[in-house]
Design a protein around this ligand. Structure first.
Ligand SMILES: *Cc1c(COP(=O)(O)O)cnc(C)c1O
Length: 464
């Protein structure tokens, strides 16, 4: 299994190198040279199997033999053992033809755990084999930091340093990071904003000497292994609803386009998916693209679904590469024009091909609260704001005779204020997190100063 860059000018790599590299050297994203397929018999044979086994079988072809099958099966089983539901990603029926796929039973109650719990273990496995270490650094406005910390805690080959803006992260989100007291986890509370934190991280990566000395790395949403891990739950859900004999549709709340792209990958592998409905908040660049061929950047607006407050969706480039018939040069040109003009045009035929498969819905905060209230009243289900946007998209774009699965990406208790505002019910944290507000915290306050942060990272990292 070889991986090529969407911009066609980076080295062709195998799975382990792609895992550790993240972004390709030409600025593109890695994708498999050819997508492995699941035959109808392969899909049928997944029926009734536990999540970890389905996931192992879906992902194995992407490894190209670089990790032994038994080792990999062990990593996958271990990644999902700590989930709060035996089915890992259970389905719940909301309506006669609408299901909710709950992706929030991981340690931080959001869907990013599904990919990151495996990613941390994969990093550790590959690095240990190579006798190497890395230092993961990242900035967070709340959500992704916690998922990355939970993924990397206690991993022998990894140190992780996460910067968050001091006093600007919700208490639950802060505590999900700062109560992890593992010796390889380092929380920094920066006297500044989220943008300051991001600038500090960028500056560390741009300092080539420092980056190499500390072996800096990231676990961001463009990492191919995250996409691969997410394709598994599409297969798992579709099989339960009758695949391969029966087609299924998926509705996905989207920000960086990683989650929906994973579904697109599952479809390319041969899973019979009739179509996708994506939902966005007011940061609706993707809804405007799929709805009206208008992909133009606007300023980011804060909303009730903060994990989708994104304008430029990093994983979209992978779809673009396919729309340009996997021509790296054409993709690179389109991305350059997009960066320079703030507008992406793909031409009528390419747009139609994309829009036929992916329908879109964009709703604002008022609409989101209405959906939470209506679903609670009609189905009894409490939805977090992100999941509500997915359900709205599912209801708008139903395909007659085809069951739709809406992906629930966060537990309602992660966003209790919005849920309470919408329907008057305050969702409670699951039992295993009930004492979160009493746990001991650890974080190091630092000024918004690159030298100070670099000195801290140097002290924390065992790689340097
Ligand atoms: C990250 C996130 C999303 C968006 O997923 P993408 O893969 O970036 O499209 C949606 N909901 C929640 C709760 C998230 O954390």
């Amino acid at each position: 299994m070889r991986y090529v860059s969407t911009r066609g000018a980076a080295p062709v790599l195998g799975f382990a190198d792609v895992l550790l590299a993240g972004l390709a050297r030409d600025g593109g994203l890695y994708v498999p040279e050819t997508v492995p397929t699941l035959s109808h018999d392969d899909i049928r044979d997944l029926r009734g199997r536990p999540y970890a086994e389905v996931a192992t079988r879906v992902m194995l072809p992407f490894l190209g033999g670089e990790i032994a099958e038994d080792d990999f099966a062990g990593l996958v089983a271990d990644a999902y053992e700590g989930f709060g539901h035996r089915a890992v990603t259970p389905l719940r029926q909301l309506d006669s033809d609408l299901w909710l796929l709950e992706l929030f039973h991981g340690p931080t109650l959001a869907f990013k755990d599904v990919a990151l719990q495996l990613l941390g273990r994969l990093f550790d496995h590959v690095l240990t084999k190579r006798g190497e270490r890395v230092t993961i650094v990242g900035a967070t406005s709340g959500d992704t930091g916690a998922a990355a910390i939970e993924a990397c805690r206690d991993r022998a080959s990894i140190d992780i340093v996460i910067l968050h803006p001091k006093g600007r992260v919700s208490e639950v989100q802060r505590r999900q990071m700062t109560t992890v007291l593992s010796p390889n986890v380092h929380n920094v509370a920066v006297e500044g904003t989220f943008d300051d934190c991001q600038d500090l991280v960028k500056a560390m990566f741009n300092d080539a000497a420092f980056r190499d000395e500390m072996r800096l790395s990231a676990v961001n949403s463009i990492n191919w292994a995250r996409i691969m891990a997410q394709a598994a739950y599409y297969v798992y859900a579709a099989v339960q609803l009758g695949a391969p004999e029966r087609e299924v549709a998926f509705a996905v709340p989207t920000g960086n386009f990683g989650n929906v792209y994973a579904g697109y990958l599952a479809r390319q592998m041969g899973l019979p998916i009739a179509g996708f409905a994506i939902g966005t908040n007011e940061n609706d660049i993707l809804a405007r693209f799929f709805g009206a061929d208008d992909m133009s950047v606007r300023p980011v607006k804060p909303t009730l679904s903060p994990s989708m407050d994104i304008q430029v969706s990093s994983n979209f480039e992978r779809l673009l590469f396919d729309l340009y018939d996997r021509d790296g040069r054409a993709t690179a040109e389109a991305m350059t024009a997009f960066r320079e003009t703030g507008r992406l045009g793909v031409g009528e035929n390419r747009w139609r091909a994309a829009a036929d498969l992916i329908k879109s819905t964009g709703i604002d905060d008022v609409g989101t609260l209405e959906v939470i209230a209506a679903e609670q009243a009609e189905t009894g289900e409490l939805l977090d704001p992100h999941s509500a946007i997915g359900v709205a998209a599912a209801r708008e774009h139903r395909i007659a005779g085809v069951p739709t699965v809406a992906l629930a990406t966060a537990h309602p208790a992660k966003f209790p204020d919005a849920v309470q505002r919408a329907c008057g019910i305050r969702p409670e944290l699951p039992k295993r997190l009930a004492d979160l507000l009493q746990r001991e915290e650890r974080a190091t306050p630092l000024p918004n100063d690159l030298a100070a942060v670099q000195a801290f990272v140097r002290g924390a990292a065992r790689a340097g």
